[in-house]
Structure formats: C-alpha cells, structure tokens
Design a protein around this ligand. Structure first.
Ligand SMILES: *[C@@H]1O[C@H](CO)[C@@H](O)[C@H](O)[C@H]1NC(C)=O
Ligand SMILES: *[C@@H]1O[C@H](CO)[C@@H](O)[C@H](O)[C@H]1NC(C)=O
Ligand SMILES: *[C@@H]1O[C@H](CO)[C@@H](O)[C@H](O)[C@H]1NC(C)=O
Length: 509
C-alpha cells in the first residue's frame, strides 16, 4: 500500500516538472492556435520568415546562421538568462559555451532600421498600438562559434520597456523541421500540376501546402493570397501567414482603410493593370525608400502608388526620425505612380519617409499647409542593412556606413583577438568610388590604429572612422593588410586586400 502511494507521488512530481518545460513546435501547423505574430500589428511570423531565409539547416538539424548575432547583426542582442530576470528559458551559467541572443525589439531604433520593410511596416504604421512590439525570437548559439545555433525559441515580451521578461505561456521551442517547412514556401507552387494530379491532401509531403485539399488551396489562392498580395510582396511570406493561421481578414480591412479602397470587394482584374484605381485592385505593394544620390544626399524612390492616392495631392515628406514631427524635406512626386526625387538633405541614420496628403487652408488670414499621413515607410539605415564583411584570416570584420552623407568604415574586433593592435599596426582601410577601381586608386584612406573606439560589447570591440569622401552608389571600402609600413602609401606587393565591403546599394534587401 505504502509502496503504491509512493509511486503515485512520484508520478505527480514527474508530471508537474514536465509541465513547466517548453513545448516544441515541429511544423507550421503547430503555430496555428498560438498568438505569436498572429494579428496586426504583431511581427512575429514575419520575423520567423526572415530567420528561416537567413539560415541553413544541416543533415543533423544543426543550424548555420548566415550572420553573427554576437556582432549585433540585424539587431540581435545578448540576452541574459539570469535567475533574477523573468525568463522561461533554461538557465545558462557563465561557464557554459552557450549564450542567448534575442531579435525583434523594434522599439529600439538600432534594431528596427536593420530589418527589412516587410518586418517593420506594421510597426511604423500602428503608431500607438502596444502590440506592435511584443514578439521576439531567441537563438541559443555557441560562444566559440556564434554562427552555430542549437535552439530557436519564439516568445513574447511581458512589456515593451522590460525586454528581460518573457511570458512563459507564450514561449515555444521551434524545431528545425518547422524552419525547413518555411524555407520550402519560397519555391513557387506548381498549381497546374497539383490540380491535375492527386497529390494534394498528401500527408507525407515535405511541402506544408500540399497537406491542403484542392478546395482549400483554391480558396487560399482566390481569397487569402489575393488579399495579402498588396500588403506583403513575397509569396512565400504570404503562405506562411496563411498556413500559420494569421488573421488575414482583419489585416485586409486595416489595409483597405489605410489606402482608401472601396468597402466592397474590388473588381479583380486578371490582366495586370498598370495603373490600378486603388491599391486593393492592384497586384503589387507600395514601396517608399530612402537611397543615396551620387554625392551623399537623400534620394526618395517610390513605386506602386494607386490613382486614388495620387488624386489626393499626396507627396512624400522626409523626417529626421520616425518620432520627429519636424519636416526636413518635401519631395515632389508629380502625380507619378513610381519615380525618384533627389533632395539636398545629407544622408543620416534614421531618416523617415512618410506619404502624406496635403491641402492649403485659410486661417486667421494666413494660408496654412495641413497634411495627414497616409502611410509611413521604413527608416534609412546607416549601413543599408548590410552586415559587416569578414577580414580574411582574422576574427575581425569591416563595415561601410554613412553619417552626414560621408563614407565611413567600422571595424569589429572579437575580444579574443587581443594582439590586433600589433597585428594591424601597418594595415589601413581605403575607400573607392566603385568595386572596379584598382587597389591603388583609392579616394581616401586611414590607418586602422587611428580609428576611434566607440563601443565594447560582450564579444566585440568596435572602432570607427569617418572619411571626407561622399557616400554614393557603388562606393566600397577595403581592408588592406601589410606587415611593414608602406610609407609612401603607394601599393607594394607586401600589401594584400583582406576584405572588400559590398558596394553601396549593390544588393537589394
Ligand atoms: C489547437 O488546435 C487543435 C486542433 O487543431 C485543438 O485540438 C486544440 O484544442 C487547440 N488548442 C487550443 C489551446 O486552442
Ligand atoms: C489639390 O490641389 C489643388 C490645387 O493645388 C486643389 O484645387 C484641389 O482641390 C486639391 N485636391 C484635394 C483632394 O485636396
Ligand atoms: C577566432 O576565434 C575563435 C574562438 O576564440 C578561435 O577558435 C579561432 O581560431 C579564431 N580564428 C582566427 C582566424 O584567429
């Protein structure tokens, strides 16, 4: 008798400890009745899509990151799992070779500017909604090799201010298989083949779309996908929202209101209409971006503006940040659905473009200008959302960025690389107008040892240098290593190029 009771107690104990462990989600369908990123303006599913497209998953389900979270790439931050913080994640002590990094805290400007517009657009446009910054992804990475992750979690901040506290009921582990499914969504669906074959409804396919019946597939293509296509450009992204159970109807209603679409279902033209009357009748998204002129000033590029918006006397205004109300520059869009406009506003981190409708009002005997914001674009990122380039053979990297419209370089040195000052005593960084320029045809240079120290992170020392050369499309920085002093600054055979940054604005991201 005593013996059975003991067993019973033991069983209870076992149940209560396992109940506090974190549930693992193995497939996209498992996300279905979770709240993570499931309604406007939450960004969790968008972040998850972003992550799946920036990693490779190996045979043994190991996750190779195409970025370094310890270097703060894309706004990753070190996340401390100390016993004081309210974290549901397993505790890691200092001797552990693992560390947590969290992603997605959009309230921080350095984070939101580094992520692509599809992740941040709802944050910018849901200005006072507290739900716009709840979702986080946390990676558990190896300290010695921060490109290697062994765990992925999705979670939710308890409040926007206290990023240390995550809600245990909203924390889940993501199995690599789920991330593989998200990656598969990138491949277009061959609808004709599916409709002609009996493949759909197949439970054992890797492609999560093929689990749907033909009727469900057609429904999603006719309704869900049509409603999302002028909100999210990437079809794979739209599939993730559909399959994970995102609240598409609510999102579409908000979209219709923002862009003044008719309340009833717009006529769906099968032919691609070049100039749709309203955005909801179109087939593509609106884009508003801040780029660089040839000499470091802000240039606005826009596309996809529908006719009804152009008729509202709309234009794009640049602000110095997303929280600023001081008009920096007007740009004239001249009633064009797409185009570009060059300003004389020096490029700086955080510049924010907003699409507005304006009208002149007469008040107190003066003519006043009033505007109302239709849509907010993404802020300009000082490094164009391009992560640093590795300096070959060293635990260090080089990044090109701009401030005040000048070409600048930043060097990241891993803390473990302690003798870098002597190793790089004769190395320098030079700036070129294009990646085609020969190494000795630089416009500007600086010795690495003369860079200024700006920050000390958990893993890196950060040094910066601002040149007097303008930033502009094609500009490139190169890290040039030399053992001996090259006094005349003339290229010698002893000097070798160890890093070339991505030429400015040469990648679409
Ligand atoms: C989640 O969905 C499944 C069916 O898809 C259902 O059985 C289960 O009760 C749901 N869980 C919650 C918490 O709603
Ligand atoms: C647009 O501006 C013109 C004059 O510049 C004015 O006549 C017209 O009423 C304006 N339209 C709207 C919708 O405000
Ligand atoms: C970079 O650092 C890691 C860990 O500290 C070390 O194992 C590796 O050898 C270093 N690589 C180079 C090129 O110094």
């Amino acid at each position: 008798m005593e013996w059975t009771r003991f067993l019973f107690c033991l069983a209870l104990f076992f149940v209560s400890t396992t109940a506090s462990t974190i549930e693992t989600l193995h497939k996209i369908e498992d996300l279905k009745n979770k709240t993570f990123g499931h309604e406007y303006p939450r960004h969790g599913l968008l972040l998850l899509y972003w992550l799946a497209n920036h990693i490779s998953i190996g045979q043994s389900e190991d996750i190779l990151l195409h970025f370094d979270p310890a270097r703060q790439d894309y706004g990753f931050r070190y996340y401390e799992s100390s016993s004081e913080t309210g974290t549901p994640l397993p505790y890691l002590d200092d001797s552990s070779d693992r560390a947590y990094y969290s992603l997605g805290s959009l309230s921080s400007e350095t984070v939101r500017t580094k992520l692509p517009p599809y992740v941040t657009q709802d944050y910018y446009n849901a200005f006072e909604d507290p739900k716009r910054d709840l979702d986080r992804i946390v990676l558990r990475v190896s300290r010695t090799n921060p490109n290697q992750a062994d765990k992925v979690y999705i979670t939710q901040a308890v409040s926007n201010e206290q990023d240390a506290d995550y809600d245990p009921d909203e924390t889940f582990e993501i199995n690599p298989n789920l991330l593989t499914q998200v990656q598969i969504l990138k491949t277009p669906l061959d609808l004709i083949q599916i409709l002609e074959s009996h493949v759909s409804g197949a439970q054992n396919s890797d492609d999560p779309r093929l689990v749907l019946s033909k009727d469900q597939l057609l429904y999603h293509l006719k309704h869900s996908d049509k409603h999302l296509q002028t909100i999210f450009e990437d079809p794979g992204m739209r599939w993730l929202l559909i399959l994970a159970g995102y609240d598409i109807d609510n999102r579409y209603n908000i979209h219709k209101k923002a862009w003044s679409c008719p309340a009833d279902e717009p006529i769906q033209h099968d032919q691609i209409s070049r100039d749709p009357e309203t955005l909801c009748e179109g087939h593509s998204t609106v884009k508003i971006e801040v780029k660089s002129t040839e000499d470091g000033y802000a240039k606005i590029i826009w596309s996809g503006l529908p006719k009804n918006i152009l008729k509202m006397n709309s234009t794009i205004i640049l602000f110095s940040s997303d929280t600023s109300d001081e008009l920096e520059r007007f740009t004239a869009i001249g009633g064009q659905t797409s185009g570009s406009y060059e300003t004389y506003l020096a490029l700086n981190h955080g510049i924010h473009p907003r699409l507005v409708a304006f009208n002149f009002v007469f008040e107190f005997g003066f003519i006043g200008l009033r505007y109302s914001v239709i849509w907010r674009g993404s802020q300009f990122d000082e490094a164009n959302r391009v992560i640093p380039t590795k300096i070959t053979g060293y635990n260090a990297s080089l990044q090109l960025y701009t401030t005040g419209g000048y070409a600048c370089a930043r060097i990241y040195i891993r803390n473990s690389f302690t003798d870098w000052k002597s190793e790089f005593a004769n190395s320098w960084v030079s700036f070129y107008t294009s990646d085609q320029e020969l190494d000795h045809n630089y416009k500007h240079y600086q010795w690495v040892t003369k860079f200024s120290k700006v920050e000390n992170t958990e893993e890196y020392l950060i040094y910066e240098y601002k040149s007097s050369m303008s930033i502009g499309p094609g500009v490139q920085a190169r890290f040039i290593f030399s053992r001996g002093r090259v006094l005349s600054r003339i290229f010698r055979s002893s000097a070798t190029v160890k890093a070339r940054t991505v030429p400015w604005e040469s990648v679409k991201n």
